[in-house]
Design a protein. Structure first.
Length: 219
């Protein structure tokens, strides 16, 4: 087994799951490619740990919103890397991208990403190590769902919430927020199995699991 390719395959698998959970259209083939199938494809595309360009792709939501996934090959990820990625995004015609890096992001690159965001160019960084496991698949992690703006407004009206400071908070750097691509100001719905009444018996003699629901504002 090639350890480098295996790590890339695991990261790619998590990436496909993450994009699907964000609402992008992902084929069953992309979602369920096993390691052996990935190795065959990688050999055809001459994919290596130092050359990941074949993994760059774009994905689209039903409403037409698109995102690019860019796999950066170099270990050093600084300001020049952001310039290169922005150029690739222009060529692909997207304003939103997820970039997978091998090393660590520098402070200069982080500042460049914030500057681009002002111009509505959104770049999210994940290390390959972060994507080795899907953080939402842990048995103790409740389901997190980004509420639409209409849903957020209805909830605030229902509970007579006049400003976001009245809501419990979750940081934008939280692993769940990063996975979902949540942004500051958005409302997350968190669904947990009920601890008080976990199940009820229906008239049809079937059991139904009950859930408790809470909300967090992303800050």
């Amino acid at each position: 087994m090639d350890d480098g390719l295996f790590a890339i395959w695991r990261s790619l698998r998590t990436m496909m799951q993450m994009l699907k959970d964000r609402g992008y259209q992902i084929s069953d083939e992309d979602l369920n490619t096993d390691y052996d199938g990935f190795v065959q494809w990688a050999q055809q595309e001459e994919l290596t740990n130092d050359n990941r360009s074949a993994l760059t792709a774009t994905y689209t939501k039903p409403n037409g919103d698109s995102i690019a996934t860019i796999w950066y090959s170099e270990l050093n990820f600084g300001n020049s890397a952001i310039q290169n990625i922005h150029s690739v995004m222009k060529d692909l015609g997207v304003t939103r991208a997820i970039v997978v890096i091998r090393g660590k992001i520098t402070a200069y690159a982080d500042a460049a990403i914030r500057n681009l965001k002002v111009n509505k160019i959104h770049i999210q960084i994940f290390t390959q190590q972060e994507l080795q496991f899907n953080v939402t698949h842990h048995r103790d992690v409740p389901r997190h769902i980004i509420c639409s703006l209409d849903k957020k407004n209805k909830i605030m009206q229902t509970y007579a919430i006049k400003n976001k400071e009245q809501l419990p908070q979750i940081k934008v750097t939280d692993p769940q927020c990063r996975y979902l691509g949540a942004e500051r100001g958005q409302l997350l719905k968190i669904v947990r199995p009920s601890l008080t009444t976990p199940r009820v018996l229906l008239a049809s003699d079937r059991e139904k699991e009950l859930y408790s629901i809470s909300f967090r504002i992303v800050v």
